[in-house]
Design a protein around this ligand. Structure first.
Ligand SMILES: [Zn+2]
Length: 285
């Protein structure tokens, strides 16, 4: 059986930074990778006004996502078509078309249908804080976790086809050690580290190192990951921190991606060599 991986995120570009190396590494090994993106990122940044206007940003970012998916070898991209809810506390939060304002049951039903059709061995989504607390990241985390379990319940949503129990659910997480390494590099360059400091013991702490179950070495796929990031031109502009760091440090930081096993609940200290470690599926490790 060919291994299948389903990644579920909120905006175009969510997939590239935390999982770009992972998705492309598994795709290159023959794993069938499906990517779900809940919104088209309509209220994201516009790094260069020649690339998009607020009116066109959603369609531009849809194309950027297709470009990134191709760079990573993702087999299929599924857009749920909700609207980007914007950063917390912004007026965009109130739009009734937003992901955060969609009825919970509606989003979950759609994800259950996708899971039962794609029949993934492994599902990946955000950790509960969505990396840094974006309301859409929190929402898609919650909906995906519910859908993961309901897809496996033969009594739930019978009209959506046979139940499917994916073998593992992982959260993508940027741990403390990543920010520590980033900070060291920034200090050497004399850069302001106050944002990073907030993730290192501040009010918005990074994912604990000891709660990482998979540290995937994706050094061989950094090129594809960088290509995928570069597809997201409206978001990954010249001012982006990772464009200002020395190439070697950026490459080092991008060479590892981190995951926490959410289901089945891991024994403390569990270390897996990959998302498919120990599973009897081709292409997975
Ligand atoms: Zn996002």
């Amino acid at each position: 059986m060919t291994a299948r991986l389903l990644a579920v995120f909120a905006h175009p570009d969510d997939e590239a930074f935390g999982t770009g190396g992972t998705l492309s590494q598994y795709a290159a090994r023959g794993v069938e990778v499906t990517l779900v993106c809940a919104t088209r990122g309509e209220v994201g940044e516009i790094a260069d006004p020649s690339l998009a206007s607020p009116e066109t940003l959603g369609s531009v970012r849809e194309m950027e996502l297709q470009c990134a998916a191709e760079a990573m070898g993702v087999r299929e991209v599924i857009l749920l078509g909700y609207r980007d809810s914007g950063m917390v506390g912004t007026p965009e939060n109130d739009d009734c078309r937003n992901l955060i304002n969609a009825p919970e049951g509606e989003v979950v039903v759609r994800l259950v249908a996708i899971i039962r059709k794609a029949r993934p061995d492994v599902v990946v989504t955000f950790e509960p804080n969505g990396g840094y607390g974006h309301p859409d990241h929190l929402a898609i985390h919650r909906h995906t976790v519910r859908a993961f379990h309901l897809a496996a319940d033969p009594g739930a949503y019978r009209e959506l086809g046979p139940a499917w129990q994916a073998t593992r659910l992982f959260y993508t997480a940027i741990p403390h050690q990543f920010f520590l390494q980033l900070r060291e590099g920034m200090v050497r360059l004399g850069m302001d580290t106050s944002d990073v400091d907030l993730r290192l013991g501040g009010e918005n702490p990074a994912w604990p190192d000891e709660a990482v179950n998979v540290t995937l070495d994706v050094a061989d796929r950094v090129g594809e990951k960088w290509d995928a990031l570069n597809c997201h031109r409206t978001q990954f502009g010249p001012a982006n921190l990772f464009r200002r760091l020395p190439d070697q440090l950026t490459k080092e930081l991008m060479s590892r991606e981190y995951f926490a096993l959410a289901w089945p609940e891991p024994e403390p200290g569990l270390h897996l060599t990959g998302l498919f470690d120990g599973l009897e599926v081709a292409g997975g490790r």
